[in-house]
Each structure stands twice: as C-alpha cells, then as structure tokens.
Design a protein around this ligand. Structure first.
Ligand code: 8DG
Length: 138
C-alpha cells in the first residue's frame, strides 16, 4: 500500500540498448489497459520474483530474447486510474536472439539522440524513464 491506500503494482521495464545507440519500444496489444500505446518492454513482477528474473521472463515471452545482464536505471511511480504502479527500469546491453513481437505487437527501434520518439502515443510513465536515459548519455 502507498500513502493513498492503493495497492502498488510492481513492474519491471527493460530498455534494450544496442551498440548503435538505439533503444526498443513496443506497442501494447489489444486487450490490455492502454492498448495501442507505446512502452518500454516488460511487465508485472510476480510475488517472490526478483526484478531481473521478471525482466528475463517478460522479455522472453514478449520479444523471444534471452537477456544476460541488466543495470538499474531508475525506479519511478505512477498513479493510473486502473493501478498505482512502481516501475523498476533497467538498461539491458547484453542479450541473445533477435527481438520479435511474440504477442503480435509492433516494435520500433528509436535513436537515443532524437528529442522525441517517432511513434506515439507513449504511456505516460514512459516519458520520465526516457528523459533519465538521455541524461545518462549512455
Ligand atoms: N512494460 C511497461 N509497463 C509500463 C510502462 N509504463 C507504465 O506505466 N507501465 C505500466 C502499465 C501497466 O499498468 C504496468 C505493466 O503491466 P502489463 O499489463 O504490461 O504487465 P503484464 O504483461 O505482466 O500484464 P498481464 O497481462 O499479465 O496483466 O505498468 C512501460 O514503459 N513499460
């Protein structure tokens, strides 16, 4: 619970960063809240699961890749009408496989140097993590 007495949904989000300075966004599939919005891949952390284990599982399910390591970027919270979420955001530089939209979702590689993503709309809570990513000058 948080100070608003709402349960907190813990979420792991992974920013895949390639050697050309690009990161990956995916479009939320039909049937989920905010369907059609673009997001950083990831999903809910299951009870007893570590952030890394959740990321590994979600990116395997959503993108068909196997991540090898991750670095924590930021933890941020967002109060949506459907849920209060705490997002554990990590950067992933090492993975095997080629990301595909395993749940039928569209994917889009974005240039880190660009001020705005070329796809829209983005989930509201995706903006602060992308801002943090740019400040890092990775
Ligand atoms: N993956 C991801 N989720 C985000 C981002 N920003 C943001 O607010 N969220 C929120 C949306 C959802 O309320 C929650 C993630 O839940 P989800 O619905 O994608 O998770 P899931 O795949 O485990 O869902 P489910 O179908 O099992 O219920 O986090 C983001 O950039 N990436």
């Amino acid at each position: 619970m948080n100070e608003l007495n709402r349960p907190v949904t813990e979420v792991a989000a992974g920013i895949l960063l390639d050697v050309e300075g690009r990161y990956l966004l995916g479009q939320r599939p039909e049937g989920k809240p905010y369907a059609g919005y673009w997001e950083v891949p990831g999903g809910k952390i299951e009870s007893g699961e570590s952030v890394f284990a959740a990321l590994k599982r979600e990116l395997q399910e959503e993108l068909g890749i196997d991540i090898e390591s991750s670095e924590e970027l930021v933890v941020l919270e967002h109060d949506y009408p459907h849920a209060y979420v705490r997002l554990h955001v990590s950067i992933i530089r090492e993975w095997s496989g080629v990301p595909k939209g395993c749940e039928g979702q569209l994917l889009s590689w974005q240039l880190l140097g660009d001020a705005m993503p070329t796809v829209e709309p983005l989930l509201p809570a995706a903006w602060p993590m992308l801002e943090k990513l740019r400040l890092l000058k990775v």
